[in-house]
Design a protein around this ligand. Sequence first.
Ligand code: HEM
Ligand code: HEM
Length: 238
Amino acid sequence: MRHLVCLRYLADFWFLAAGIVNKQMIKGVTTMSQKDIINWDDSSIHIPNMPKARQVKVWDILVRVTHWTIAAGIIANLLFTEDSSELHEYVGYTVLGLVVVRLLWGLVGTRYARFTSFFPTPTRLKRHLSALSVRRVDEQHLGHNPSAALMMLSLWAVIIGLGITGYLMDAAIFSNIELLGDKDFLEEIHELLANSLYLLVPLHIIAAIAMSYWQRQNLIKSMITGKKTVTDKPSTMK
Ligand code: HEM
Ligand code: HEM
């Protein structure tokens, strides 16, 4: 592998000397962390100006498994389980537990799973929105882009709210303990939170499909395989 990388740098040096590849493209290659590069597309013929594609591991197994299990649990509780049934409660608590695990992983997990890599600070949001306005893919965000991150934080918050109101409702019904208002009030909040998912989840799915189309990057497949395709050239949108 080291030899292949050395050969590639030599080839890039040659092309640079010949004026075929611009400095920006070389910079794009050298700033990639070697650890991230898992599959170089080392075809024997290098076509000038043809961006080289490689696969980068972005989503680790924990992110992928928690995502699809949380999604399945939420869809089950919204559409299929009987309200206030035992199954509904087990599914709800499982989803809540998975969100807690995912949030802890956001503190100690792999590079793109960490909040520090995707937390939507005002600066990141501004840069992302201005990149979108000129139809450029904001290359800073190989993980969640800042507007996706806002959606993720909202989804996590609503799911935690559902788990807590569900628990408190249960306590109010079965133990007569009214920790945060009576059963009817908690039920209203639980229902309100569940209804907000009917809005957020379809929005999230539409955004994932739309961004996949615009960025020419299948984000849904990336959430399954964990890999994203990166090219040397800054990408423009469709
Ligand atoms: C109830 C259903 C769903 C919920 C609650 C949900 C929630 C989430 C959350 C919390 C994340 C962040 C993942 C993480 O960092 O750990 C995420 C990411 C993602 N979800 Fe979902 N999701 C749902 C369904 C779906 C479905 C059906 C699709 C596909 C059609 C999908 C596609 C994606 C994609 C592509 C990402 C990564 C976006 C990116 O690359 O930044 N989700 N989702
Ligand atoms: C985390 C995902 C959850 C989702 C998406 C969800 C969704 C829902 C929905 C849509 C309803 C029907 C609301 C209505 O129209 O009245 C409902 C009711 C209910 N949920 Fe959940 N829930 C979740 C978690 C929980 C948990 C963890 C518990 C408790 C342990 C719980 C306990 C209940 C109860 C007792 C009702 C019936 C309220 C009534 O008396 O009408 N839920 N839930």
